[in-house]
Design a protein around this ligand. Sequence first.
Ligand SMILES: Nc1ncnc2c1ncn2[C@@H]1O[C@H](COP(=O)(O)OP(=O)(O)OP(=O)(O)O)[C@@H](O)[C@H]1O
Ligand SMILES: [Mg+2]
Length: 221
Amino acid sequence: MNKLLEVRNLTKSFAQPLGASHMLWQNVNFALGYGENMSICGESGSGKSTLLFALGRLEDVQSGKIFFEGKEVTDEKSSNIKGIRYIFQHYQLVNELDVYENIVLPCYMQRCPVDAKLLKLLLETLKLESLQHRMPAYLSGGERQRIAIARALITQPKLLLADEPTGSLDEDSGRQVMDLLFYVCKTLGTSFILVTHNISFAKETNHVFYLKQGTLLNEEG
Ligand SMILES: Nc1ncnc2c1ncn2[C@@H]1O[C@H](COP(=O)(O)OP(=O)(O)OP(=O)(O)O)[C@@H](O)[C@H]1O
Ligand SMILES: [Mg+2]
């Protein structure tokens, strides 16, 4: 059976002034099964965010291949890959829209109906029911991140790419957001890739990887 995501020999470099190029990472290989989750750790600047952006086709790569649900998507437009959604570190909520409107926004963008049952489940499990008509300016960081999770899941993606979802939160709120992320993804059968500096959160995922000096290393060796 196909894996959900398969990455073969992915290499990323940036052009530098005077025509030189800087290799960020090379020969990145891994596979993620349906319903599985994994984490990527590594020093600041090691290229974790760039790797997540490359996986969802928000960033081009120099060489290698990406397969999503068995189909090669290496040169696909990100908007054509409907089964992958992001959670960004700084939430990126739309300030002019209330909580409800922020959560259902991807349905309007993708011209698909809002699944009322799923919306109810997300509002309940992420403890957002009483906040539906609040504007983002009046929310805490933890609340904003829970909304970003609901928004990422409302179109029922198969894969969630979460870039330091607890990076801006204090320890308790971070723990709460992580618990909810694990719980809601398990309930929906959604796989996720977690980028984090928090090793104990990383160790709760099925596979732990480290990005070190341009190489993605699996903890299991
Ligand atoms: N378009 C670009 N051109 C040149 N260099 C870039 C470009 N985008 C990112 N970089 C560089 O690539 C490196 C990796 O950036 P990236 O944001 O992926 O790191 P990171 O591992 O996510 O770090 P952090 O933990 O701080 O979020 C950085 O040194 C960054 O300056
Ligand atoms: Mg980053």
